[in-house]
Design a binder for this molecule. Structure first.
Ligand SMILES: Nc1nc(=O)c2c([nH]1)NC[C@@H]1CN(c3ccc(C(=O)N[C@@H](CCC(=O)O)C(=O)O)cc3)C=[N+]21
Length: 282
C-alpha cells in the first residue's frame, strides 16, 4: 500500500505558490489577498479558518479575517460581501460554511463576485466546471486531482465511484473525473447494493461523513482510495469515512485522515487565490 501523503503534497504545492509570490513581491507589485469571513463561533470552523490564515502567511499572501457574531443579519453579511467585491486589493473571498440558520447560504454564495469566488461555489463557476471551461475548481475536488497526478495515476478509462453527492465535493469531483475520461458512478444514501457498486471501483472517493464506514468489504483489491471524511471516532480522534486499518492491506494507495485530503483543500485555496490575482492584476 502506498500512502498518499496530503501533508507532503500540500507543502510542495504551497512552496511553488510561495516562490511565485516572492517573485511578485520583488517586482514591487502588491501581493495576493484572501478575505475570510467567519460568522459565529463554531469550534471546527475556527480551526479551519486559523489553518487558512496560517497557509496565507506561509505562502506570503495577505489575509483579511473578518469575524462576526452569529447574530449578524443576512443583510449585513450581503453588504460586507458587496464591499469586498468592490475592494480591488482583495482577490479571493471565502465565507466559511456552515452559516447560522438565520442566514440563507445559497443567497450568500451567489452574492460573491464569481471572479473572486476562490471556493468555486458560485453558480457561475459551477456552470464553468460543468462545461469544462476555466473558472474556479472547488478546492477539495481540485486537491484530489492533484494527489492522483502526484502519484502518477491516470484516470482515463478507469472506474471511479464517488460516494456522496454534495455540491461542494461529490458532484464536482464526479465532473472532474469525467473530464479526465473516467467512467463515473455517483452513489448515495439511496443506492442499492452499495458494496457491490463500490467493489467495482478502481478509484473510490468516500465523501459521506460517517466515521470508518468503508471497510475492506467495500473495496476492490488494488483500488486507490481517496477519503474526504472528517469525523471523530469513539475516542474523539479525527478519522475519515474509510476504516483505514481494515483496508490498508487490500488497496494500492490511500489518503490518510488527518494528513490527506484536508491539507490539500487549503493548498488549493492558496492556488485559486493566486490564480484570481493573476487574472486581475497585470
Ligand atoms: N467556504 C468554505 N470553504 C471550505 O473549503 C470549507 C468550508 N467553507 N467549511 C468547512 C469545510 C471543511 N474544510 C476543511 C479544510 C481543511 C481541513 C484540514 O486541513 N484538515 C486537517 C486536520 C485539521 C484538524 O486537526 O482538525 C487534516 O485533514 O489533516 C479540514 C476541513 C474546508 N471547508
Amino acid at each position: 500500500m502506498k500512502l498518499i501523503n496530503g501533508k507532503e503534497i500540500s507543502t510542495k504545492t504551497k512552496d511553488a505558490i510561495k516562490a511565485e509570490i516572492e517573485a511578485i513581491r520583488k517586482t514591487g507589485k502588491r501581493v495576493p489577498k484572501l478575505a475570510v469571513i467567519l460568522v459565529g463561533d463554531n469550534q471546527a470552523s475556527q480551526v479551519y479558518v486559523r489553518n487558512k490564515e496560517k497557509a496565507c502567511a506561509y505562502v506570503g499572501m495577505e489575509s483579511l479575517r473578518i469575524n462576526k457574531d452569529a447574530t449578524m443579519s443576512e443583510e449585513e453579511l450581503l453588504k460586507l460581501i458587496d464591499e469586498l467585491n468592490h475592494d480591488d486589493s482583495v482577490d479571493g473571498i471565502l465565507v466559511q460554511l456552515p452559516l447560522p440558520k438565520t442566514i440563507d447560504e445559497e443567497k450568500v454564495l451567489k452574492a460573491i463576485a464569481p471572479e473572486k469566488d476562490v471556493d468555486g461555489f458560485h453558480p457561475a463557476n459551477i456552470a464553468k466546471l460543468f462545461l469544462n471551461e476555466e473558472g474556479f475548481i472547488p478546492c477539495t475536488p481540485y486537491g484530489m486531482m492533484v494527489m492522483l497526478d502526484e502519484i502518477g495515476y491516470d484516470l482515463d478509462g478507469k472506474e471511479v465511484v464517488v460516494v456522496g453527492r454534495s455540491n461542494i465535493v461529490g458532484k464536482p469531483v464526479a465532473l472532474l473525473a469525467l473530464h479526465h475520461n473516467a467512467t463515473v458512478t455517483i452513489a448515495h444514501s439511496h443506492t442499492k447494493n452499495l458494496q457491490e457498486v463500490t467493489s467495482r471501483a478502481d478509484v473510490l472517493i468516500a465523501a459521506i461523513g460517517k466515521a470508518k464506514f468503508f471497510t475492506a468489504d467495500y473495496v476492490k483489491e488494488g483500488a486507490v482510495v481517496l477519503d474526504v471524511g472528517m469525523n471523530r471516532d469513539e475516542n474523539g480522534k479525527l478519522c475519515g469515512d474509510v476504516d483505514f486499518d481494515d483496508v490498508k492491506d487490500k488497496v494500492a494507495a490511500i489518503t490518510p485522515v488527518p494528513g490527506g485530503v484536508g491539507p490539500m483543500t487549503i493548498a488549493m485555496l492558496m492556488k485559486n487565490t493566486l490564480l484570481s490575482y493573476k487574472r486581475r492584476v497585470q
